[in-house]
Design a protein around this ligand. Sequence first.
Ligand code: GLU
Length: 512
Amino acid sequence: MPDRKVRVRFAPSPTGPLHIGGVRTALYNYLFAKKHDGDFILRIEDTDKNRYVPGAESYILETFDWCGLPFDEGIIEGGEYGPYRQSERKGVYEQYAVKLVEEGKAYYAFDTPEALEEMRKQQESSGSSLTGYNHQSRKEMRNSLTLPPEAVEQLLDEEAHYVIRIKIPEDEEIHVRDEIRQDLVFQSSTLDDKVIFKSDRLPTYHLANVVDDYLMKITHVIRGEEWLPSLPLHVLLYTFLGWEEDMPAFAHLPLILKPTGKGKLSKRDGEKMGFPVFPLEWMDPETGEVSSGYKQEGYFPEAFINLLVMLGWNPGTAQEIFSLDEMVEAFSLDRVGRSGARFDPDKARWFNHQYLAKKDDQELANEYARILRDKKIEAEPSYIEKVVGLIKERADFVRDFWDQSFFFFQAPQEYDQKIVKKRWKQDSPEILKDLFPILEKTAPWERDVLEKNVKAFIEYKELGMGRVMIPVRLCLVGSGMGPDLFTIMEMIGREGTLDRIKKGIHEIPGEN
Ligand code: GLU
């Protein structure tokens, strides 16, 4: 590990909405930086104009605002090493590509698309295991390795169409160290001569990424496993550019896997199984297609971050709920696993439930009040708060509150037929009618008094609890669910209770 201030970066390309895997990468970077009193940097890698998607950059910014993961440097924050958008650094990269050519570590290639296609076909028909533009095929192509120097000069003077390719050594072992996967060895003979600088005079991802990591004094590159195959190339670039001493440490994070079966968690899995794979809702600017987001689905940002941290990292203890500060404290790369982390949508909801259950009732009541207002339901804030306190244990999201508590605000419109069939007996209306005078006389109208009186009635009539309480619940709630019935009675009041029982007696048998 280089002995300098820890500096890590999250380097997304604005090619669409961030997948939750990207947010997890950023989170691990953030935690690592904060744990080591380091800097967390946002760098936008937008040199590939063809893949640029409008709105993707602001989506990235909104995501981290929502998640509460602030950058120390970035396109908004600025910083000493800016600009932080690669498209604004266009002039930076060419000198490094040219330097590599001058030192014989890269070369100009003038091949036409047809010639490249021809090369591909020949490799295919000869059944060669080694394909692509590489240490063998480059000898047959039109580049500054095969052309005489004067011809190269002339082509460059004529501004002929060219790219710069790295010249991969023919037969070398490239040793790299990954903080998660330990020591890895790659054979240079299996790598191809990647383009590092394009005909539009812009660098490719590889060159821009390495140059910027160097110039921005990045000490640790923490990124997704899909970049592992690029690692030997990046290590070679550091070596070729003479930056070995400043090479960052690398850590490649495991994939997030589908809930079942093989492979990486995809947008389709989310659509099929009904959970988001993006932090925020996203509308595809071309197709207008809308994909759901954790925020809009009702996840709390703390719960979202918490469920993400557990996808690939484990604290080594049974603790699952972590505040951001606790995560910073507990996080280390050596507890990040190598194998993929399976995404479990039930577990994701469970995390939100844990946070919801711990939230302050008043705060939740404020959110719920908005939903009630949309439904044109008026209620005192203190009443809503009490309702929330009674039902939040049964909900995963604030949006579940209505289904769990509508009966505190209005009489049921229908009755659960399964319960009606099983528990609404022929004598139920009679029993309820007998209960009427007891309820009329109960004073004060309070939960404990209600319980005492109703129980005394049940005992006196020598009835089972269920014979009375289930029909009452059916009348008040419309089903067999809900919190303590005496509390519901107290909350909806004497009149509400009696009206609903009357309505039930009148309507329930009719549904049978
Ligand atoms: N721009 C790359 C991406 O979109 C960055 C990969 C890296 O972190 O090196 O994922």
